[in-house]
Design a protein around this ligand. Structure first.
Ligand SMILES: [Zn+2]
Length: 280
């Protein structure tokens, strides 16, 4: 189930950016101060560098930056700006908790604990994961992250961010993306500008995979494609076709799995696009 988020971008700005300015200096934070959320911030005038939760973030023109909060982020985040004179401006903001769709099936156990190891699979998977991690790792100056995101495909939402199954008491990995069910061959388009960092397959789980760098560490991944229409290194504009919906890799039906990462954090892409826009 889609979690209703009470805070619009404007409300967040109103709630967070106010507060008494400190020595006339203010932070502006627009977006979702929630688990899985993304904010576009403007640091106080005179800022030379910014850290969010202790991690340095890339500072763009006009002192703008991007920050994201993982699925299980704690109740607050700390923004610190270091000014030219060495002074630090600090702001602690609340991060709203989310309620995730957790399904427990006590009778189901999988896989059996004595499943034989498969060294060939493991070796191939290690290579794949390293390649995917490398595609996520960059922090480029691309500016797609400053745009209004569009839905990359149209169809019913068949899987939401953060959901998790507990089988026989064992929690499985949470679902860290958004599933859009669509007929095979439906176009998958770029939700925002970016540069293609990875475009091939099939990967064991992801199938045919495209990863798009929107800049400042924000990277979209599009999984299970039946066809890929872009090349690594290619610059694409919002709305350009990346490939076609399919069910390559581990998928039980044709759908697009859209994942969004910011550095090591896995974010909820559904928070960036207009609610209901998936049904066109
Ligand atoms: Zn999925």
């Amino acid at each position: 189930m889609r979690v209703a988020l009470a805070l619009t971008a404007a409300a967040v700005v109103a709630a967070v950016a106010t507060g008494a300015p400190i020595d006339g200096r203010e932070w502006l934070l627009a977006g979702h101060l929630t688990q899985g959320g993304i904010v576009v911030g403007t640091a106080p005038p005179g800022t030379r560098s910014v850290r969010v939760d202790g991690v340095p973030v890339r500072l763009g023109g006009d002192r703008r930056f991007l920050a994201g909060f993982g699925r299980d982020h704690g109740p607050s985040a700390v923004f610190v700006a270091r000014l030219a004179d060495g002074h630090e401006e600090r702001r602690t903001v609340p991060i709203m908790p989310r309620h995730y769709d957790i399904e427990s099936i006590p009778s189901l156990k999988q896989p059996p604990p004595d499943a034989p190891p498969d060294p060939e699979y493991d070796a191939r998977r290690r290579v794949e994961l390293a390649e995917i991690a490398a595609a996520r790792a960059g922090e480029s100056d691309e500016t797609g992250w400053t745009q209004a995101f569009r839905w990359p495909a149209h169809g019913r939402i068949s899987g939401v961010y953060g959901s998790q199954r507990i089988l026989g008491g064992v929690p499985k990995a949470p679902h860290l993306g958004l599933d859009i069910a669509a007929p095979p061959g439906s176009p998958v388009t770029a939700p925002a500008d970016g540069v293609v960092r990875l475009a091939h397959g099939p990967f064991l789980l992801e199938g045919n995979l495209v990863m798009l760098d929107h800049g400042h560490g924000l990277v979209s991944a599009f999984l299970h494609l039946s066809r890929i229409d872009v090349k690594e290194g290619q610059a694409v504009k919002r709305g350009d076709t990346l490939g076609l919906v399919g069910m390559t890799g581990r998928a039980t039906g044709p759908h697009l799995h859209w994942a969004l990462s910011w550095g090591r954090e896995r974010l909820d892409p559904g928070l960036l696009v207009p609610e209901g826009g998936n049904l066109r």
